[in-house]
Ligand binder design. Structure first.
Ligand code: FE
Ligand code: FE
Length: 194
């Protein structure tokens, strides 16, 4: 050819398409694993706050955070399942170190920042999925963003009450039950054991 470039034949064309498909798949797996790391961090961070608050006798606040930690476990599983469907390997890494033993006045501001950051990053991850033609994963991010927004609203609300009402608000939460109203059937309970 006079311009010195050869036109790709059909085989080469197919190979190029395969390569770019593989690259797109890898890009989606990468953001899913980034998100999974964030969930694994949130789970352990929130569990730590759950039993910390329970120990400080803020039962109701402890119970709510326990439920939120369970939501994050579901998110971590949702991301892992999608990674497996795409042929990837779900990470077991956490995005950050857990801060243990936070004061009640710190917890809700901290968590609302965490959720805010998560929504921001998941929105970018959702865009990466769409750029790479993966609508299914984009929709998964969309659904999880909605759930993180519910977490954010709760954390913001409590933080606001603590800021405005301080000790009065906390006094009303002291001694409240930590019951979540949930019976979580683990393996043993499902087998009919105790
Ligand atoms: Fe989450
Ligand atoms: Fe969340």
């Amino acid at each position: 050819m006079e311009h010195g470039l050869s036109c790709p034949d059909n085989e080469e064309r197919k190979e190029m398409a395969e390569n770019s498909r593989e690259e797109r798949r890898q890009a989606v797996i990468e953001v899913l694993n980034e998100a999974r790391k964030m969930e694994l961090h949130a789970i352990v961070q929130y569990m730590n706050q759950h039993y910390g608050l329970d120990d400080m006798d803020y039962g109701e606040l402890a119970g709510k955070i326990k439920l939120i930690a369970i939501d994050e476990m579901k998110h971590a599983e949702d991301f892992a399942e999608r990674i497996k469907e795409l042929g990837g390997e779900p990470t077991t890494d956490r995005a950050a170190e857990v801060v243990p033993g936070q004061a009640v006045e710190k917890i809700f501001k901290f968590d609302s920042g965490l959720e805010d950051d998560t929504i921001d990053r998941y929105s970018k991850f959702e865009a990466v999925c769409r750029e790479n033609g993966d609508t299914i994963t984009a929709k998964l991010f969309e659904r999880i963003i909605d759930e993180e927004q519910i977490h954010l609203n709760y954390f913001d609300d409590i933080d606001d009450h603590i800021e405005k009402l301080g000790k009065n608000f906390l006094a009303r939460k002291a001694g409240t039950p930590s019951d979540t109203g949930l019976t979580i059937l683990g393996f043993v309970a499902q087998q009919g054991g105790e």
